[in-house]
Design a binder for this molecule. Structure first.
Ligand code: ADP
Ligand code: MG
Length: 691
């Protein structure tokens, strides 16, 4: 019998304690049946297949011994501890327990034989193990033949239980172990078969190379990671194929509207923009729906590309929906389009959630008529009662900010015969590996070139102690007629505290800088109040805008040349990069000051260093990925995207390539296997995954 350290139990249980059966605990780990259990793979292993003689122990080893208890005592200085000495005739070892039950004391009585597994350390009086797992040698089973797996688990679910369940699943499930990778492909790729791989991972033979198992480079791991990546590719590609089988309105236009707009712009398109416009036009002319991601760093000029796409659809005689995640951003797009299209016969319709009843009625009527127009708004564009009968192009700005559920709702809306073309825009630069993995079902146009004449934003790090200097700097900047953003600390848990903070900051600045006009923008303001503030900023009726992170997305005020970010250490890298992108949009030199509070933690320090050293969004994203890992990077926790559990996009690029390459072949030649494979790995999550 194994002895366990005492667990800390609460004194009283709440009256209605949640059910906590074995099944509940397994469910918490996502383990619903054998299929899931088999894919619940060990984190690491313990080698309990052999016993190490005490004389051969070395500090640093994690190993198992069996020996006789020579002495055993409970001491109270410096703290309560059970200390026991083992001997085996040639060597000795001390065991130390700081938490123990009476049954430990009994099992470790002098003269008894015990088996102990743990890490050997150098103590004051020789080698010792602290809190080893111990068993009574007299009734211990024979030594296992395989390495002992250690699984990820949850409170109250002992390793032993998981091991037993997995063993049972391995024995029971010939069918669940069937290979879903066709033999010819498996051979060609030089991969292990599925059953052997799983058996090896759950119960590796003692001679298996522990490092390659634990670093997941072992062939068994390679196979499992490959399978996971393949499932992802299959699912995305299946989705892409299904889409290509659907129909969309082919949009034919000579390009008159676009040419007129280009002729009026105060700038020329960059080569990257021209290329993207071309790719989009080509897609729009086809009878199958475009799903294109327009990816470009903050300030790379995505809006004009989207506007040109919209004009193409309008000229072809159809409606366009241009959707942004916030009303501020939608409004900005609306203004920009209104300015660009001033003298052109292109109706613009404004449709958001908070809108006067009569304005809304007019907007709905104009949309419902089906007359060619660009409808600009938020997700309110897709609420009940909105009808755009000749919608042929849907443009989604900052697409990553829309949740998966919203994107699914959009898909649901386009249920008619013809599906609108979709252009998604994102400023979140996604490293190549991630893009390949998560956007395998999209076509991507990249704006990898900044409009000319941009001056890089000078980034400075300053401790809060230097706030007075900074305030003086704000005064100087505003004296030249330029404007300043002052971004307030982000406190995720509470909008209320956010607000208090922002108000306090505004008041503090107003007191220190009485001659300046200081505005406030925060998440709790009504949309028209926000719009009024933004309008004042654009019209230079404000010198300083104190804001919570609402300025994060897309705001374009070229006269703003200084951005101060308070508590920069609390922001994510992508956010900091986006925020910084709000300045440096005009011809003037701009600066971004990252104010931080001391002391700085390790991760915060690493993050600020990245943002200080880099200006390229892709490089920042790559660093972010290194610091945080891909899961958080994609915000998958909120979005419900299944993450890769085993494969690692940084190290498994080759496997990813292989999976990508065979995915088409599997879909084409082995459709049944493809289906089984996806079911095994993604199960019911498929629908989400495709969103
Ligand atoms: P983002 O890609 O971040 O959405 P925007 O579309 O808001 O960028 O463009 C940023 C600014 O750059 C806008 O003021 C826009 O008018 C301007 N701009 C876009 N393309 C060019 C270009 N080719 N040359 C100069 N300025 C440009
Ligand atoms: Mg934008």
């Amino acid at each position: 019998m194994a002895a366990r350290a005492p667990s800390k139990k609460g004194a009283a249980r709440p009256a209605a304690a949640p059910r906590n059966t074995l099944r509940d605990k397994l469910a918490r780990l996502g383990l619903k049946g054998d299929a899931e259990l088999l894919l619940h793979l060990p984190l690491r292993y313990e080698d309990r297949t052999r016993l190490t003689p005490l004389a051969e122990l070395k500090a640093g080893d994690t190993t198992q011994v069996e020996a006789e208890v020579a002495t055993s005592e409970v001491t109270y200085r410096p703290r309560r501890a059970l200390i026991c000495h083992l001997i085996d005739g040639f060597g000795k070892l001390t065991l130390r327990f700081f938490n123990f039950y009476p049954n430990h004391v009994a099992m470790l009585a002098p003269g008894r034989r015990v088996r102990a597994y743990g890490e050997v350390r150098q103590g004051y009086h020789g080698l010792e193990m602290v809190h080893p797992t111990i068993r009574d040698a007299a009734c211990a089973e024979p030594l296992p033949l395989a390495l002992t797996p250690v699984y990820p688990t949850t409170a109250g679910l002992p390793q032993e239980t998981l091991r037993r369940l997995v063993r049972r699943a391995l024995d029971a499930a010939a069918e669940t172990l069937a290979d879903t990778l066709p033999e010819v492909l498996r051979q060609r790729l030089g991969l292990w078969d599925f059953a052997t791989s799983l058996r090896t991972l759950h119960a590796p033979p003692p001679e298996a190379a522990l490092e390659t198992l634990e670093s997941r480079q072992h062939p068994a791991w390679q196979r499992l990671k490959f399978d996971e990546l393949l499932a992802q590719q299959l699912s995305l590609k299946a989705h892409r194929r299904a889409r290509q089988a659907r129909r969309a309105q082919p949009l034919a236009a000579a390009g008159t509207l676009a040419r007129t707009l280009l002729g009026k712009l105060p700038f020329r398109l960059t080569e990257a923009q021209r290329q993207a416009v071309l790719e989009i036009r080509r897609d729009l002319e086809l009878a199958r729906p475009m799903h294109r991601l327009l990816q470009g760093d903050v300030g790379s000029g995505k809006t004009i590309v989207a506007a040109l796409a919209a004009l193409h659809a309008v000229e072809a005689g159809f409606q366009v929906a241009f959707m942004a995640p916030t009303e501020i951003l939608a409004e900005q797009h609306y203004r920009k389009l209104a300015e660009w299209l001033k003298d052109q016969p292109v109706p613009l319709i404004w449709l958001v959630g908070a809108q006067g009843a009569s304005a809304r009625r007019d907007a709905l009527a104009a949309g419902g008529s089906g007359a060619p127009a660009v409808v600009v708004g938020t997700h309110a564009l897709f609420q009940e009662g909105v009808s755009l009968p000749r919608l042929a192009l849907l443009i989604i700005d900052e697409q990553h900010r829309f949740g998966v559920t919203q994107r699914l709702a959009l898909r649901g809306r386009s249920g008619g015969e013809l599906e609108p073309h979709q252009l998604m825009m994102s400023a979140t630069p996604i490293p190549r590996t991630l893009a390949m993995s998560y956007y395998a079902d999209l076509d991507v146009s990249v704006l990898d070139q900044m409009p000319p004449g941009r001056r890089p934003v000078v980034t400075k790090l300053a401790s809060q102690r230097r706030r007075p200097e900074l305030i003086a700097r704000v005064r100087e900047v505003c004296a030249t007629g330029q404007q300043v953003y002052w971004v307030c600390p982000l406190i995720e848990e509470s909008e209320k505290i956010d607000l208090q903070n922002a108000v306090a900051t505004r008041d503090g600045l107003a007191e220190a800088l009485p001659e300046l006009r200081i505005g406030l923008l925060h998440g709790r303001m009504k949309p028209d109040e926000k719009a009024a503030v933004m309008q004042a900023l654009t019209a230079k009726a404000l010198d300083v805008l104190v804001a919570t992170t609402v300025v994060e997305v897309g705001v374009d005020v070229p006269n703003a040349t200084l951005m101060v970010i308070e508590h920069a250490e609390r922001f994510g890298l992508a956010q900091l990069h986006q925020l910084r992108g709000r300045v440096g949009r005009g011809g003037e030199a701009s600066a971004c000051v990252l104010l931080y509070d001391e002391p700085l933690g390790q991760v915060a320090k690493a993050r600020l260093k990245v943002i200080f050293e880099h200006h390229d969004g892709f490089e920042i994203a790559r660093q972010d990925l290194l610091i945080r890992g891909p899961g958080e990077f994609l915000g998958a926790r909120q979005s419900g995207l299944p993450l890769l559990r085993f494969a690692d996009l940084e190290t498994d690029l080759a496997l990813m390539e292989a999976a990508r390459q065979v995915a088409d072949e599997v879909l084409q030649d082995f459709p049944l296997a493809a289906e089984q494979h996806v079911a095994r790995w993604l199960g019911a999550r498929q629908e989400f995954f495709k969103a």
